[in-house]
Design a protein around this ligand. Structure first.
Ligand SMILES: C[S@@+](CC[C@H](N)C(=O)[O-])C[C@H]1O[C@@H](n2cnc3c(N)ncnc32)[C@H](O)[C@@H]1O
Length: 403
């Protein structure tokens, strides 16, 4: 962490500093680039990518698609509860701290209606006089608040996570919030006693409103759940998926794999170009929503397989014969591809591989393995999409093909 911070400071050094618009910068761990103009942020990301990709022989500049305007773009957030003296706080973790929560009245990355709802959740929970959960002591009540908003119609879904609590109290809270915020259409309650500081509930209940948030991404209608994965920046994600569809060569009687598929949105963009699309994801909730959304959009040629990619793809008879791919798109978590997934890709010999990544270091490591493999895969295109303005993160899309 200290090393990453030092590297970031070094990368920021050539750029002129500006006054960060958000008053929480420096205390909140979120936005580490707000003291640069947005043009300079993009330049910094281009330089970082150029430095990394030069390690695998890429000398051409990598375009980073910027977002305009680069504010209030996130359609979801995960906030934590904490305490300042005896006062309940709600916000993001403080910079360099797993325990301290910065109490936020607003976040310039979140749509304003979300900030208004968050303020009222905090006020209502403060009024109970009950404590937050204290991760170091493993006691207390309020743990996390997940919030998700629809890009299509600005409706909002909340999920409050607590240790075991009183159902009637949660219902009363939900009624109070929904009476004040007509755009709040769905409230879930998650209960977790886990020691780990992760927002994964052991029990999840729909308290009030709709089971799903209705959204639209490009040509697809989507139903979303509080815990399903969806890229947080809809306008940019849409550009990224459109590029995937554009680069995909297509095969009217062929197959495409969408590995680490989430709810399958990459595969949906390929369904018109391939006879069959196979989505693979480890999370049962993602797969369930993938199936629901494929059906909703009339995509009968998209099927889903639940499990870890390294396990699911081990069934070589199915994946290398029956479902043998013309295109494989991978979009792994930050750790990158499991070595056995790389081995399966090389064994499957698709004409094209597309790699989507939020961690360019891991991506470059894996691209090198694909280039050194047999068959050898060559990098044909690479572009980046700024899904995370004001943070040091960037999403990269690479297209490879085999000799
Ligand atoms: C970066 S997200 C990509 C989601 C999707 N492609 C999209 O654009 O919405 C990574 C996904 O990988 C899934 N995942 C994490 N580890 C996995 C594994 N070992 N095998 C399969 N899926 C995994 C997560 O559930 C998550 O949905």
């Amino acid at each position: 962490m200290a090393q990453a911070n030092a590297l970031l400071e070094e990368d920021k050094a050539p750029f002129q500093r500006i006054a960060a618009p958000c008053p929480y910068v420096g205390t909140c761990g979120g936005c580490t680039l707000q003291d640069l103009s947005y043009d300079d942020q993009l330049a910094l990301k281009r330089r970082r990518l150029a430095r990394l990709f030069s390690q695998i022989g890429v000398s051409r500049p990598i375009h980073v698609h910027g977002l305009e305007p680069p504010w209030r773009y996130r359609n979801k957030a995960e906030l934590s509860f904490g305490a300042d003296q005896a006062r309940l706080t709600l916000g993001f973790h403080a910079a360099r701290s797993f325990w301290k929560v910065v109490d936020l009245d607003d976040c310039l990355l979140l749509p304003e209606p979300i900030s208004r709802v968050l303020q009222d959740v905090r006020a209502a929970l403060r009024a109970t006089g009950l404590p937050p959960y204290f991760p170091r002591r493993h006691d207390g009540l309020f743990r996390f608040l997940l919030v998700r908003s629809s890009h299509a119609d600005e409706t909002i879904m909340l999920c409050l996570m607590t240790t075991p609590w009183d159902h009637a109290a949660v219902v009363a809270l939900a009624d109070q919030l929904m009476a004040k915020h007509p755009n709040l259409v769905s409230i879930y309650w998650g209960v977790t006693s886990r020691l780990a500081d992760v927002s994964e509930p052991e029990e999840l209940t729909l308290v009030r409103g709709r089971a799903y948030l209705e959204d639209r991404l490009g040509p697809f209608d989507l139903q979303l759940h509080p815990l399903t994965f969806l890229q947080p920046t809809p306008a940019q994600a849409q550009r990224l998926y459109a590029r995937v569809a554009e680069w995909a060569a297509g095969a009217a009687s062929g197959n495409a794999w969408d590995v680490y598929c989430g709810i399958g949105i990459v595969g949906f963009h390929l369904a018109g170009k391939y006879a069959r699309v196979y989505g693979v994801d480890s999370e049962a909730r993602n797969i369930e929503l993938g199936r629901l959304n494929a059906e909703r959009n009339g995509l009968r040629n998209v099927t889903f397989h639940q499990g870890r990619a390294e396990d699911v793809l081990a069934d070589k008879r199915f994946w290398l014969l029956e479902a043998k791919p013309d295109l494989v798109v991978v979009d792994p978590p930050r750790t990158g591809l499991h070595p056995s997934v790389i081995a399966t890709l090389l064994g499957a010999r698709p004409k094209q591989i597309m790699y989507i990544s939020c961690n360019a270091e891991a991506m470059v490591r894996d691209l090198r393995l694909l280039a050194d493999g047999f068959p050898s895969y060559h990098l044909r295109q690479v572009e980046a999409f700024d899904l995370f303005p004001h943070t040091a993160h960037v999403e990269v899309l690479a297209l490879l093909d085999r000799a």
